[in-house]
Design a protein around this ligand. Sequence first.
Ligand SMILES: [Zn+2]
Length: 251
Amino acid sequence: MTDTEQITVVKVRGRLRDIALPPRCPACGAAAHVTLRVERVFARERRRRGIMTDTMRGVTTFHVASINVPFCTACAARHMAERAASEAPPSPLRTTAAMYGIVALVALAVALIFGVFIWNELAGGWRPSLTFAASIAAGCAVFAGWFAVQAVNAWRASLTLPPTSITAAFDFGDRQARRFEPEWREYRLRHAGYARAFIQANAARLWDENGPLAARAVRLRRVADSLRLVAAAALIVVFVLLALQLQPGAP
Ligand SMILES: [Zn+2]
């Protein structure tokens, strides 16, 4: 078991389901015959990127990612036994799911109240106040829909069991991608022999943080940032010109 102590971290580009899995057991390295579903929960902080909002904390959303991984029969049996022996404690994410659900319901109620108001007032013809009410109703409906989706996601995350000692041998992180980068993930593999086979199977798509693709993304980010500055400067110039034109004394 000396081969199983060190964890190998491998970064691979592409979606989780596109990853190439060697036909060996990630837990012991033997030939794999049984497929187990490996699931992980990721919390993502929703932050708005911007000049003023960088310090503002957003809403945390929860996401379940899963992949079917082949394991050997013995390890799969141990996984089942561990699952059967332990009872999962109730997840604190249930509360989060309920909270998001309540927010969604309140927003939906506000949208409905405004909707009924518009319906009742419609007989008197369309007025600017109705446009205002309609935009509030639409905004609340979108808000409610987004929170309903997050409530369902959090609920799914709350039902996801923690890994067993077997499925923990094949661990992976949340998808990563800075601006202009392709999607990539970190895979943490416990068995060194399996890790070697995994690296070989995904050799064409290993993600190199100092590679040409990452360097290209850095260059594009720089260009995009300068373009944003130029656009902001151009807007200011346009506003100044407009202000000068609007002056009463101007010809
Ligand atoms: Zn095994």
